[in-house]
Design a protein around this ligand. Sequence first.
Ligand code: F0G
Length: 482
Amino acid sequence: MAEVKFFGSADMPLEMHKVKIIQKLNLRPIDDRLAAISEAGNNTFLLKNRDVFLDMLTDSGSNAMSDRQLAAMMVADDSYAGSETYYRLEAKLQEIFGMKYFLPAHQGRACEHLLAQSLINKPNMIVPMNYHFTTAKAHISRFGAEVAEIIIDEGLAVKSDNPFKGNMNLQKLRDLINARKDDIPFVRVESGTNLVGGQPVSMANFRDITNICRESGVISVLDASLLADNLYFIKARDEAYKNVPILTIMREIGSLFDIIYFSARKLGCARGGGICLHREDLMERIRELVPLFEGFLTYGGMSVREMEALTVGLDETLDMDMISQAPQFIKHMVDELSAMNIPVVTPAGGLGCHLNAREILSHVPQEKYPAGALAAALYIVSGIRGMERGTLSEQRNKDGTEPMAHMELVRLALPRRVFTLSQVKFAIDRINWLYQNRHLIGGLHFTEEPKILRFFFGKLAPDSDWQLKLAEKFKTDFGESL
Ligand code: F0G
């Protein structure tokens, strides 16, 4: 996105791409939306897309592809083994991360499975990380290990002006390694901490963490799924990197970590995933599992067309116009909502705008899932599908008790190059109305609670008829408007 100043209005993001293919959207009447959310058990994952107006659930697999990516799909080399497509992707990854080996996998969580299964090799292990991601934690716990979240304190403060809230607390890392070095299969760093507002990690922190790991012989792993946003923040917020080319930054990151894995549903705007490594011994340990769980080594469960699109998508990640688009839209949304005194996570991070449901619905106790309730309410009043990122997204403890999340957030993802500014303005307008009427929103309770990753399929019901009352108020204020 270009650095363009406006003459007649305040600064705002300016798209450096044009629309070539469109998909028609539906905004259904509020009574239909009420019925749809009820049928979905108040879980936005269970809504049908035909009932959704702006799908801000996630940026996973829903980023807009470029003309170059679509064109590349046509030259994919269909082959089970030895596909030219694979070698083009491998070469691109070697170029950007400077790592020798690449193992393909069908998506990010598949990489998490392969890493957990090959590296967690005895009971009671512990994986230090800045912050967990749902699937990463689920795979680590499946193999009997626990996670230790050692993000800096400010990472868990909803409001802050720390530009790198995703940083790891280095002293806590040193202490953990000193106390339990032999129980640590790897240290995991998530660039662009998903669950705490898409907050970036600084280059200095990447360097310090990996130095500590190297000195103590512990494997360092980077989850680079949200690296595109993190790269933008390193350039935009760290003076030392302002004029450093993105490729140089990526290669520096690649030189620091032993292993980098990613979801290509996010990084590279395609659908797939993979693990990049320097060390042959580690590669060999993990490689054994690829044909078993993913597919042959030259596709790993990905479609070759997606692999071609990914190769081009990774190349486009080196373009500031590309990686700045989502963070600048998110910043616009965060700035506008903050100006209306609506509680959001600050500073603006990557991935999406995060509403602070804990504060917006301070009258709804955490046991009644305020973030889930706010996500359902927002869908009812706008047709916008966001995602609960709070207690519902946690898993129960082994003893059945329910841990309360550090934050109760509603994430409104802005998939890259998908929405226009007027659509973002519509979202801001409806969030503002909902905020003014927040006292009408009540809590939720489970009616069906799955054991694993309950937020995906769980069903909930409202505690009272608050949703009907909210819809009535909407009709009073907006009349016939959708
Ligand atoms: N790591 C991070 C940081 C992620 O955000 C995700 C996915 C994964 C790993 C897993 O990758 O979906 O390809 O298996 N995040 C999606 C989201 C699901 O909506 O935030 P995957």
